[in-house]
Design a protein around this ligand. Structure first.
Ligand code: PDD
Length: 321
């Protein structure tokens, strides 16, 4: 367990080509991210292992980043190799200055905005995107939250209809998170026209009679990287999965409700609007998915380690030839 004091409160971050302490990173007020929320972001877990730090499901995170910039007409500032190199640089800088202990799980936060320009709604020509990367500790839900489940509240989804873009325009999500906080709840589950969409910062899953369901991929939800992962995990666990519209009444009669995100992994919801979900305890499908998720993390770490060993062996062989 990492000593909390060892974690830096002023990590080294990347901003537009430079590595600087977070406290010194500055963007001009005319950055369109600040003025219009005109930008996108990504949040990817970097799990600490003895063999090194593994970015989990990173190709999928980078593919979503590419989709997000593409959907708002920003040229992707880096290709996948460039993004990987950049994250590695930021991690290395934080490890080197002692701010990020090697055994500390972390989160890579990436933000790309359209850039800085005189205020005007339509896209200005010829500006350079602002690129910001921050690597900070990841504190996963604790064992008690997994054992007892979390309580959620619900509300009408009043956000815009491009929820598939991981936009920094998050006011609708912020208001939903605040609604949860004010009601001593972990998350707000949203419904649009009586049908389940998602949480303020998570995807929502329902279990009924052993079948796992989630709203289909569409512009009404952000397709979490855990969406595809859970889909894959169900196959390995022998759990039937259906992507389909779920009514509010169905969700309230569910045997299990599960939320998922990069920072929560999978977490059972045991109370919704004060009513127990199923028997009020985390269920068997949650337990199976949580175990499968941990195995998927181990497997990716092993694959990364083998790949790294392969690279090292190859360069050793080249040196000895
Ligand atoms: N949010 N839906 C919304 C609205 C989200 O904000 C998130 C994640 C998800 C789940 O996506 P993923 O499985 O890729 O984390 C779904 C991140 C964690 C955030 O905003 O910090």
């Amino acid at each position: 367990m990492t000593d909390v004091c060892a974690v830096s409160l002023d990590p080294i971050v990347y901003l537009n080509g430079e590595l600087v302490p977070l406290s010194e990173a500055r963007v001009p007020v005319l950055d369109r991210g600040f003025i219009f929320g005109d930008g996108i972001y990504e949040v990817a877990p970097l799990y600490a292992r003895e063999s090194g730090r593994t970015a989990f499901r990173f190709p999928q995170h980078l593919a979503r980043l590419a989709r997000s910039v593409g959907k708002i007409g920003i040229a992707n500032p880096f290709d996948d190799a460039g993004w990987r190199e950049l994250i590695d640089r930021v991690v290395a800088a934080n490890e080197a200055d002692g701010g990020l202990p090697a055994d500390q799980d972390a989160i890579a936060y990436i933000q790309v905005t359209r850039g800085v320009a005189k205020r005007g709604h339509a896209f200005p020509a010829g500006i350079r995107p602002t690129v910001f990367v921050m690597v900070t500790p990841l504190h996963l839900p604790d064992a008690a939250q997994r054992a007892q489940g979390v309580r959620c509240v619900s509300a009408e989804d009043r956000r815009w209809l491009n929820c598939d873009i991981k936009s920094v325009s998050l006011l609708g999500n912020v208001l939903m998170a605040q609604f949860a906080a004010e009601n001593d709840a972990f998350e707000t589950i949203q419904f649009r026209d009586g049908m389940l969409t998602e949480g303020s910062s998570s995807n929502v899953w329902m279990v009924k009679d052993g079948v796992l369901s989630a709203p289909p991929r569409s512009h009404k939800i952000l397709e979490g990287i855990r969406y595809g992962l859970i889909e894959e995990l169900t196959a390995g666990c022998g759990i039937r999965f259906e992507a389909r519209e779920i009514s509010e009444a169905e969700l309230r009669a569910a045997d299990e409700i599960i939320v998922s995100s990069a920072t929560k992994e999978v977490l059972p919801v045991t109370l919704l609007d004060g009513q127990p979900v199923g028997d009020g305890k985390p269920g068997a499908v949650f337990a199976a998915l949580y175990a499968a998720y941990q195995r998927a993390k181990d497997k990716e770490a092993q694959v990364a380690q083998h790949a790294q060993q392969g690279v090292e062996n190859e360069s050793r062989e080249r040196l000895t030839v």
